[in-house]
Design a protein. Structure first.
Length: 237
C-alpha cells in the first residue's frame, strides 16, 4: 500500500504521517522540506520573496526528492503529501501572486492584470502539472485528505491567506477525482484520525494510539523548524 496523506498548509499532514507510521509500523517518506531545500536553491530568500523562475526550480527539486524517497521505500510507505502540492501551490500563485500573504484582502488577481512573466509561469506550471499528475497516478494506491480544521499557523513561512488555502484544497480534491485515485476525506482528533485510517485500509497496528502519539510528539518537537533564511545564515556562518 502506497498511501499519501494529503491536505494544505496547517492541515496536520506531517504529524498525522509520523503518528500513523508509528502506529502501523509502515515506513514514511523522508524527502526534504521546502525550508530545507531553499537555502541551497535560493540562498538568503524567504518563500515570500521567490521569483516565478525560482519557484519552478524549488518545485522541481521538491518533486525529485519525493520521487527518490518513494522509489527507495518501494511498495509500502506513507507519504507526507505528494507532488500534486508543488504543482497546485504554483498554479494557485497565478491567481494570488507569488506572495499570497500580500493578497489576502482581495478576491484574487484578475487575469487581465497578469504580467508577461506570470503568464509564462502559468504555462510552465501547467506543464509541471501534466508530469506531476502522471507521476502521482502511477505511484499511489490511495489518498487520505485532511480537512482544513486548524487555523493557519503564522510561522513566517506559510502563506497567510485563507482564500489561497481553500483554493488549493479544492484543487487537490478535484484533481484526485479527475485521476480516479481512491481517496477519503477525514478529520477529527489525532486518535480519531489514526483509528479511521487504519480501519479504512485494514492496516496492522504495532502499538497503542497513546504510545504512537507520545512518540510523534517527541519526533515533531525534534524537527528543525528554522526559517529558510535562518538556515542559510547559519550555513554561511
Amino acid at each position: 500500500m502506497k498511501l499519501s496523506i494529503s491536505g494544505t498548509y496547517s492541515a496536520g499532514k506531517t504529524s498525522t504521517v509520523i503518528a500513523l507510521s508509528h502506529y502501523t509500523g509502515v515506513p514514511r517518506t523522508l524527502a526534504k522540506t521546502i525550508r530545507e531545500i531553499m537555502p541551497a536553491a535560493v540562498p538568503g530568500k524567504s518563500l515570500a520573496e521567490v521569483t516565478p523562475a525560482e519557484y519552478l526550480q524549488i518545485a522541481m527539486r521538491r518533486h525529485t526528492g519525493r520521487a527518490v524517497a518513494e522509489a527507495v521505500l518501494g511498495e509500502e510507505f506513507i507519504s507526507d503529501g505528494s507532488s500534486l502540492q508543488e504543482w497546485i501551490y504554483g498554479a494557485a500563485r497565478v491567481h494570488y501572486g507569488m506572495n499570497p500573504s500580500a493578497t489576502a484582502q482581495i478576491e484574487r488577481v484578475a487575469p487581465g492584470d497578469l504580467t508577461d512573466e506570470m503568464r509564462f509561469f502559468q504555462a510552465v506550471i501547467e506543464q509541471y502539472g501534466h508530469a506531476f499528475r502522471q507521476h502521482v497516478k502511477s505511484t499511489f494506491d490511495a489518498f487520505v485528505h485532511l480537512r482544513n480544521e486548524q487555523k493557519l499557523t503564522n510561522d513566517g513561512h506559510r502563506p497567510m491567506n485563507e482564500r489561497f488555502r481553500n483554493f488549493c484544497d479544492d484543487m487537490l480534491l478535484s484533481t484526485l477525482d479527475q485521476l480516479e485515485i481512491p481517496h477519503w476525506v477525514i478529520g477529527g482528533t489525532m486518535p480519531e484520525r489514526l483509528t479511521t485510517i487504519t480501519e479504512i485500509f485494514e492496516l496492522p497496528t504495532v502499538m497503542s494510539v497513546d504510545d504512537a502519539i507520545e512518540l510523534t510528539n517527541a519526533d515533531y518537537a525534534a524537527i528543525d523548524k528554522r526559517l529558510e533564511t535562518t538556515r542559510a545564515a547559519a550555513a554561511a556562518g
